[in-house]
Design a protein around this ligand. Structure first.
Ligand code: UTP
Length: 293
């Protein structure tokens, strides 16, 4: 039987320069999609997939993320006094159980691979999930839940993938497609931002991973790659020599909330999916679009 995936790592130490000036004081993971912070959607996806322990790799100015996943006693008391049970229930449903979150700091933003390595003691020697909070994945069954099902069949390392226009491949981490495995395929190779015309496929790595603990041993070498950063893809390429990696085409819609257009698109999509606000929002949107014609 494959070892169970109990823990998920959320690297939230990036500087978020694409959202300056907001990210001078507000971590980009706390920017809201409708009325919930980006990070809440990703945590929801992990909890839906059965994750029991949430590990956040934070950095300076990210303390508010830790506060967000804590009880706000004064707020709770005020809501209770005012009889606001709907709001109280909403807060209670989102609150992780005591003792199921851990926070560690990446002291310097040395790259995604380094951020993952900072979680090594909290992860321990067991396979774990990694979710990049920039990516919000919208689907009736969450992306990580889809990957967990595949993992039961294949074990090993699994990466969520999506397809891009071939000419866009040089902007992404791209995987080579081998034989069918589970609901996806065996990965034959990985290339970070391949030179135009050299990509082995148009399947790009899209932000969800199930990784075996040996990835930490490779990251411990602290080897730098593109941009002088410790790159996760480089470590996965090294591990591919010893272990199986599988690609799982995600069945759903992804929004890259690390980019302004993706973040705004996510706001529109999630607002239109919400019965409580969709009718009014749709009217507002129509007016804006009509005024621009
Ligand atoms: P990005 O490449 O989007 O970088 O990181 P960023 O700093 O967050 O944002 P921009 O490009 O300056 O706007 C991808 C993911 O890796 C994490 C980020 O928090 C994000 O979830 N990351 C990146 C770290 O945790 N530490 C790092 O050193 C780099």
């Amino acid at each position: 039987m494959n070892a169970r995936i109990r823990k998920a790592v959320f690297p939230v130490a990036g500087l978020g320069t694409r959202f300056l000036p907001a990210t001078k004081t507000v971590p980009k993971e706390m920017l809201t999609i409708v009325d919930r912070p980006v990070i809440q959607y990703v945590v929801d996806e992990a909890r839906e997939a059965g994750i029991e322990h949430l590990i956040f790799v934070t950095g300076r100015n990210k303390g508010v993320i830790e506060d967000y996943f804590d009880v706000q006693t004064e707020l709770q008391a005020t809501l209770e006094n005012r009889g606001k049970t709907t709001e109280l229930n909403l807060l209670a449903a989102d609150l992780p159980e005591a003792g199921t979150t851990s926070f560690t700091r990446q002291q310097l933003p040395l790259g995604l691979g380094h951020a993952v390595w900072c979680a090594r003691e909290l992860v321990g020697r067991e396979p774990f999930a990694l979710l990049l909070p920039d990516m919000i994945m919208q689907a009736p069954k969450g992306c990580l839940a889809q990957m967990m099902e595949m993992y039961e069949e294949t074990g090993g390392n699994i990466i969520s993938v999506e397809q891009c226009e071939p000419e866009r491949a040089s902007s992404y981490g791209i995987v080579g497609v081998g034989e069918t495995a589970g609901s996806g395929f065996r990965i034959t190779e990985m290339v970070e931002k391949p030179a135009p015309g050299t990509a082995p496929s148009n399947h790009f790595i899209s932000g969800r991973y199930i990784l075996q603990p040996e990835i930490m041993d490779i990251l411990a070498r602290q080897e730098t790659g593109a941009g002088g950063e410790i790159q996760l893809t480089d470590a996965m390429i090294a591990l591919l020599a010893d272990q199986a990696f599988y690609g799982m085409p995600f069945d759903g819609q992804t929004y890259d909330c690390g980019s302004k257009s993706g973040f705004l698109a996510a706001n529109v999509a999630y607002a239109l999916a919400r019965a409580d606000i969709a009718p009014a929002f749709q009217e507002e949107l129509k007016k804006i679009i009509a005024a621009r014609r």
